[in-house]
Design a protein around this ligand. Structure first.
Ligand code: B3K
Ligand code: ZN
Length: 883
């Protein structure tokens, strides 16, 4: 496999201005005719025309209507004698959609046709300059059997449609916006649509459609509402309107990721689209809202302004994640509900991106090289990329950021650009700001991998009434990056008195006094002196998680308790509770002694649970212990069993010690009346579910049968999936006797709903280990008639659940988990390399595991590496793991 480097970027030798595609759709053999208008790029030296193409069968190649000589070299079609003047190229080829199990290019799912072209799937449909800086205007004609494929869709506007003969019909689409090939899409099948006409603020009318299989229509209401809310939000916040008369969204069951932002024709994994109270949880409702918004927002950040090359992926992904996170916060409403959103995003970053940034696949937000771009749709590019965009906003302010966005679109609408172009626009719109004064240094966030470690220590001088805060940053080495320069780190902070009152902030030499400030750390070490500090302060640092760093603030338990009880910043209030828990878990893991929670910690958690003013949603996240992956990040050598044992002990002890409070919380958070997924009711359901799981867990230890019985009853009678799955999970995770009956009943109830059966598999894949039973159960479920590796959602629900989210079941002393992983990576690789590549990543931190896990994991990685015909996807991951 070859390594592609960012520094080798060259503009294309040719531009494709227009492309006229005709598809004769047939599952076994689809005929594709492409007519393109091509022009040489005068800025590039004379050379042959090289087009990408994979798994295609070429039938015809004409230039200006005449046959022309060509060569096929690997996956390229080369025309040596392309004319200097503009010319017309006509190509004809076939491909085999129903044999395409990779779900990249043109494929079939449930008897319909779908495409997925990002990043490099278009070349599996026809020969093309399949790179994002070649933008063309597309006209697409679809021809297919009318009975089997009554609906024929592509990007843009419908020009005409009609019958071809007695059995076949056609539809012709035109997208007026030039776009890169990765945004092309077509759909053909027997689908139905929910429709809604809307008028924007600007007074334009639009038709919104959500297409799904017959029978799923009633599950599209939430997606439609989310789409409308996204339109309204983008116009209000960023003045970005919908630019097409028609906007379509389509659901498909076989899909490699969440969804895809094809121009005017977004294609969604049904798991990110379909929801009804009976079949989807609050988490699903939230996820759908955010993914619908994300894809919609791409219409500007990604489609109108796209990436010059794939190294710039975060230009659109980081920015669009930032936008969808802001949207979700605005939708949540209350300050507390906003904080809960922020906390969920940070938990996700810590669970997925931090480990990535310290493992074999660590890469900058703007990577320097790749061999398979699909391996780089990562937490770093997406979620750290979003944190980088958030730091711009922190440094220039919300209004400044909006000005920067306007300038970005003013300059680059219709272009394929780089992360530097974005940074420049934000800086230029805010001259003199904390960002523009240090733009070059700030851009290290794009080029340096790894999570910075930030240490903060404060010294109070009672006589002088000053508080000196010393901030030190350390940027650990990552693969290919030995030495790093300091990052620009915005540190939002406030000071509290030991009684929890807000202390005003005044920096030495400044006249400005405020309750909160953003310090900008730009050196390896810097001190900040605050004056007029009346009493010894408790610092509340990195409020709202103002930078994606690992913070060591050296605070004592007493100081953390002040923050937990009094901080005005809800994020830091939560964080203080997490830190109290983390300190205890780490102490137990490091010392190798069983965890024993102390009275002070239990009392603090009880105070949160009983607090009269905190919302249920906040209580639930505050009482949820730090994730095992994040705990592992704090340790140089990782023993997953020791971490799990400490977390489990903490859980069992919290369950027992707070039993009465859990009962109160459960009872106080019951919802009467119909289901709505709003933040207040979903917060209550979340807390009730947590309480129930604690009560069932405690009952397992004490031998009480009341709460397992109540959980079973609630499981049976639940009026919505959140409560039903919550009760089921309480039984299954506690290994209660009633779990078996409940699982069987759940399967029987939902056997015809694939998305719910995915939950059934996932729950079992994630069941905390007990005597090897969870692992054995997963092996057994591989044989279940409903299990298949071919459907990515199903494969993920069982296999990824075990390997990625169930460390205690996966990391076994007998290495059986690793053997299982190797088998599944190889089996998946033969079907779908993108999904296999994702699973392969489970081992990118084998190197930090404690023995005997480390050696056993290495053997499993080597076993995969030994397979000669791995896909480039898996090969790259494995090669990096072994480097
Ligand atoms: N842009 C797509 C992801 C494509 C992944 C290709 N392997 C979805 C999104 O980020 O919106
Ligand atoms: Zn995206």
């Amino acid at each position: 496999t070859t390594l592609i480097r960012r520094e080798d970027y060259q503009a294309p030798a040719f531009w494709i201005r227009t492309v006229d595609l005709t598809f004769d759709l047939d599952p076994a053999k689809t005929l594709v005719t492409a007519k393109m208008q091509i022009a040489r790029n005068s800025a590039v030296a004379h050379g042959p025309l090289r087009l990408h193409g994979e798994e295609l069968n070429l039938l015809r190649c004409l230039i200006n209507g005449e046959s022309v000589s060509f060569r096929q070299e690997g996956a390229e079609l080369i025309i040596d004698n392309a004319p200097d003047a503009d010319f017309a190229l006509e190509l004809r080829n076939t491909c085999a959609p129903e044999k395409n199990t990779t779900l990249s290019g043109l494929y079939t799912s449930g008897g319909s046709f779908f495409t997925q072209c990002e990043a490099e799937g278009f070349r599996r449909i026809c020969y093309f300059l399949d790179r994002p800086d070649v933008m063309a205007v597309y006209t697409v004609t679809l021809r297919a059997d009318k009975a089997k494929y009554p609906v024929l869709l592509s990007n843009g506007n419908l020009l005409e449609s009609g019958d071809l003969d007695a059995t076949r019909h056609f539809a012709k689409w035109h997208d007026p916006f030039p776009k890169p090939s990765y945004l092309f899409a077509l759909v053909a099948g027997d689908l139905v649509a929910r429709e809604q006409r809307v008028r924007t603020r600007a007074g334009k009318d639009h038709l919104l459609q959500v297409y799904v299989r017959r029978g799923d229509l009633e599950k599209t209401e939430h997606a439609m509402n989310s789409l409308i809310a996204s339109m309204v939000w983008d116009e209000a916040r960023f003045k970005l309107p919908l630019d097409l008369e028609r906007f379509m969204v389509v659901g498909v069951s076989d899909f490699n990721m969440g969804a895809m932002e094809n121009k005017g024709l977004n294609i969604f994994n049904t798991s990110a689209l379909l929801a009804s109270p009976a079949t989807a949880t609050d988490t699903d409702f939230n996820r759908i809202e955010s993914i619908v918004a994300h894809e919609y927002f791409h219409n500007w950040t990604g489609n109108r302004v796209t990436c010059r090359d794939w190294f710039q992926l975060s230009l659109k992904e980081g920015l669009t994640v930032f936008r969808d996170q802001e949207f979700s916060m605005d939708m949540a409403g209350s300050p507390s509900a906003r904080a809960v959103c922020r906390i969920a995003d940070v938990r996700q970053l810590r669970a997925a991106q931090f480990p990535e940034d310290s493992g074999a696949m660590a890469h900058p937000v703007r990577p320097d090289s790749y061999s398979e771009i699909n391996n780089f749709y990562t937490a770093t590019v997406y979620d750290k990329g979003s944190e980088v965009v958030r730091m711009y906003q922190t440094l220039v302010g919300r209004a400044g950021f909006e000005k920067g966005m306007s300038l970005y679109f003013e300059r680059h609408d219709g272009q394929a650009v780089t992360c530097d172009d974005f940074a420049q626009a934000i800086a230029d719109a805010n001259p003199g700001s904390a960002l523009s004064l240090r733009l070059e240094a700030f851009k290290r966030w794009y080029s340096q991998a790894g999570t910075p470690r930030l240490q903060a220590r404060g010294v109070y001088d009672a006589a002088a009434q000053t508080y000196t805060l010393s901030l030190t940053q350390h940027n650990p080495a990552s693969p290919g990056q030995e030495h790093k320069l300091p990052q620009v780190i915005p540190v939002a902070l406030g000071l509290l008195s030991e009684q929890g009152q807000v202390l005003p902030l005044q920096l030495q030499g400044s006249t400005e006094v405020s309750n909160e400030q953003v310090l900008v750390l730009e050196e390896a070490q810097q001190s900040f002196v605050f004056v007029g500090v009346a009493s010894e302060p408790v610092p509340s640092l990195l409020r709202g998680f103002s930078a994606p760093v690992l913070l060591d603030d050296g605070l004592t338990d007493a100081q953390l308790l002040v923050l937990l009880q009094h901080d005005v910043d809800a994020f830091n209030r939560w964080e203080a509770g997490q830190r109290l828990a983390l300190n205890r878990i780490l102490a137990a893991v490091r010392s190798g002694t069983p965890l024993q929670l102390d009275g002070a910690f239990i009392q603090a958690m009880r105070a949160v649970l009983r607090h009269p003013e905190l919302d249920a949603a906040f209580k639930e996240i505050a009482l949820t212990l730090p994730g095992e992956a994040y705990i592992a990040e704090q340790l140089a050598v990782v023993d997953p069993q020791a971490i799990h044992a400490a977390v489990e002990a903490a859980q069992v002890q919290l369950a027992a010690a707070l039993r009465e409070d859990w009962i109160t919380a459960f009872e106080a958070n019951q919802i009467q009346g119909g289901y709505t997924p709003d933040p207040v009711s979903s917060g209550k359901r979340a807390l009730a579910n947590l309480a129930l799981s604690m009560l069932v867990l405690d009952a397992q230890k004490s031998g009480d049968t009341v709460w397992p019985g109540r959980a079973y009853q609630r499981f049976k009678d639940a009026g919505n999936m959140t409560e039903r799955l919550g009760a089921l999970a309480a039984l299954v995770n506690a290994h209660a006797e009633l779990a078996e009956a409940a699982l069987a009943r759940f399967h029987e109830l939902f056997k015809d709903d694939a998305l719910v059966i995915d939950k059934w598999f996932a729950l079992q894949g994630r069941t905390p280990e007990k005597d090897g039973r969870s692992f054995a159960r997963v092996r057994q479920l591989l044989q279940h008639p409903d299990f298949t590796l071919k459907n990515p959602n199903r494969a993920r629900s069982l296999i990824f659940s075990l390997c990625m989210f169930n460390p205690a079941a996966f990391h076994r002393a007998d290495a059986a988990g690793y053997v299982f992983w190797a088998e599944q990576v190889l089996a998946l690789d033969a079907i779908n390399p993108q999904v296999a590549g994702r699973l392969a990543r489970v081992m990118d931190r084998w190197n930090v595991l404690a023995e005997p896990y480390r050696s056993a994991a290495l053997l499993a990685v080597q076993r995969v590496a030994a397979k000669p015909d791995l896909s480039p996807d898996v090969r790259e991951i494995i090669t990096r793991a072994l480097a």
